[in-house]
Design a protein around this ligand. Structure first.
Ligand SMILES: [Zn+2]
Length: 152
């Protein structure tokens, strides 16, 4: 995805979240300084780029699962924010690469090194399944965020 448009979209998304929850719903703990931390945090899923064994668009990094487990044990707002940030990253990946939901851009489980061919091989989801996976992670993240922030 294009780095600049990604950065701008994510910033606008989190500013909107702040306006809605911090200002309109007057949730004192939803501060602009805290909400903007969601922007750099949303870059986390692409950390898989740096590890051959994960494969690009790894199932675990392009998912809120890790952060849900952390949030379960540490119910702090910052982890809810990370879940939303990672979920929004997943949404952006489906929106901006609609035509690219194949090969390089699909979700991979884990890489296996092929000794003969001296290269990494990846098994993973199909294009449609990848889109479904990414979209579901965002939907769960946004519903959870809205529900919890409105209740507490
Ligand atoms: Zn990504």
């Amino acid at each position: 995805m294009n780095g600049n448009s990604y950065f701008i979209t994510t910033s606008l998304f989190f500013i909107a979240i702040w306006l809605i929850f911090g200002i309109f719903f007057d949730k004192g703990y939803v501060t602009i300084t805290q909400i903007l931390a969601g922007v750099p945090l949303s870059f986390f899923p692409d950390i898989d780029h740096n590890f051959s064994f994960l494969g690009y668009r790894n199932l675990l990094t392009h998912s809120i699962i890790i952060w849900e487990i952390i949030y379960l044990f540490n119910p702090h707002f910052i982890f809810l924010l990370i879940i939303l940030a990672v979920g929004f990253h997943c949404l952006c990946d489906t929106l901006w690469n609609k035509k690219k939901q194949h090969g390089f851009y699909t979700i991979k489980y884990i890489g296996l090194f092929n000794e003969e061919k001296k290269r990494w091989r990846y098994k993973g989801l199909s294009g449609g399944e990848s889109t479904f996976w990414l979209a579901s992670n965002f939907i769960v993240a946004i519903i959870q965020f809205v529900a919890i922030v409105l209740i507490f």
